[in-house]
Design a protein around this ligand. Sequence first.
Ligand code: ZN
Length: 143
Amino acid sequence: MDTYVKHLIEDIRSAHRAKEEEPNREETFEDHIRDVERFISGDAEHTLTYHCGLKYEAFPPADRLNDDQMTTISKALDDLLESWNAHADIPEEVPAKMRYQLMVSLLNTPFTFMSYGNTGFDYCTGDPEGCELGKYCRCLDLE
Ligand SMILES: [Zn+2]
């Protein structure tokens, strides 16, 4: 499985968004409007798979991996998200297996790429009951 994981990490790296040659250009008003329009119009929404080409099916089920492998893959996915101006909002305490599953599920999640700013994937529904973060849900602290 180690060899497979190595290949997978390489695939994740090559799925990073290619940095455009933008000579430190400031965001123009038109750029901003374009991002906002993309965000508002539902039909611009595609999954992360659509954007980066990585397939959900390429990721082995969690029980076929050990914690180290899952942590390595999750970290690689973190970097990938960063290259797409996005991040996943997962609490520190979430164990490797759960983090892995949450990260991989993002591939099938609709995502609007923003050329400026940052898209956050928030797993929390705001209600601890049925929240994907389970006992790691931050809402529980608020009660
Ligand atoms: Zn929650």
